[in-house]
Design a protein around this ligand. Sequence first.
Ligand SMILES: NC(=O)c1ccc[n+]([C@@H]2O[C@H](COP(=O)([O-])OP(=O)(O)OC[C@H]3O[C@@H](n4cnc5c(N)ncnc54)[C@H](O)[C@@H]3O)[C@@H](O)[C@H]2O)c1
Length: 353
Amino acid sequence: MQMASFSEQPRPFEWGPLLDSSFSSFLSEYAPAKIAILVDENTHDHCLEFLLTAFDALAEAEVILLPAGEENKVLEVCFQVWETLTEAGFDRHDLLINLGGGVVTDLGGFVASVYKRGLSFINIPTSLLCMVDASIGGKTGIDFAGYKNQLGTFQEPIATYIDTGFLATLPEVEWRNGFAELLKHALISDHVLWEKLSKIQHIQQELLSETILQGVQIKAQIVAQDPSEKGLRKILNFGHTIGHALESYYLNTETPLSHGHAVALGILLEAKLSQFELGLPVEDFVEIETLLTKFYPLQLPTDSNAIWVLMQQDKKNVNGEVRICLLPKIGNCLFDQTLTLQAFEQVYTHFLA
Ligand SMILES: NC(=O)c1ccc[n+]([C@@H]2O[C@H](COP(=O)([O-])OP(=O)(O)OC[C@H]3O[C@@H](n4cnc5c(N)ncnc54)[C@H](O)[C@@H]3O)[C@@H](O)[C@H]2O)c1
């Protein structure tokens, strides 16, 4: 696999097998006195051993184990990580390696960004979603008071290594979750990529490494133009205003909705809004609906008001108005579009019918 790094973004990521990457030389040059590796139960079982055996510098690393799942992306779990780092005497020149999906990189980045005002960290994403989205762009965060990513920071890792070899053990459902963010990247910025993705019948078998790299590049290029989300970067939130509200709604229920599934449903509803509000061509909407409903079953609470209330906490809102991203056509996205309750209810009830 070809190695590539992209220096035009705030922090370059490195693409390709970790063994062929600069990771090993980075560890010897940076030479932190202490290294901690943050994993969840699954990346502990499937990804950690490779790292510990392949890189001598990690032999003595402190392994910090988190319970897996979004419900653990919370302050109480951060407390445990901060306690471990404190007891082990970590200072800000030491190193935290986040080895996992978006929960590990979001929480690990957040923990590191406030520990002694900034502990250096590296992201090694192991889920598709984390590779194409969460590990890139310097957003860290945890859920709080029932709201997604309510607490967080902008803090870039000192390096990000993306090795699709880790995907060998990723469960099928997690491929689908990551695919949702890849579809979003295509819908907002790349019609040709969308055409390619829309032909896929079996994600795990048919999604090529080059296509994953295209998704990473889209995210990296958008972030490079607007690292602190003053404008353009907001388009990465397409599908997330409604998606995050759905994810928050289901977070503490018996049937939590995964981030990717919630985003997919958010994309579906926000695409319909795009048709009603911005004239997205009907045939574009039908293409989007056909693909999304193939992979993501429609699961919407009947209480539309509960979703609207959760949307009031969205970080893109201005002066109490809900601001949303909409598609005038596939491959093009506008941000800061005002969403009224009336327009939201019209679309929501369309899907409940
Ligand atoms: N910071 C950002 O810009 C950003 C962007 C998008 C999403 N996110 C966040 O990312 C999170 C979702 O990420 P996610 O879907 O990766 O969730 P996740 O971290 O929960 O990973 C999904 C599941 O896959 C398992 N897993 C990960 N890698 C594996 C591997 N190689 N083999 C076997 N199992 C593996 C995990 O243990 C977990 O059970 C959400 O919290 C979301 O808010 C952040």
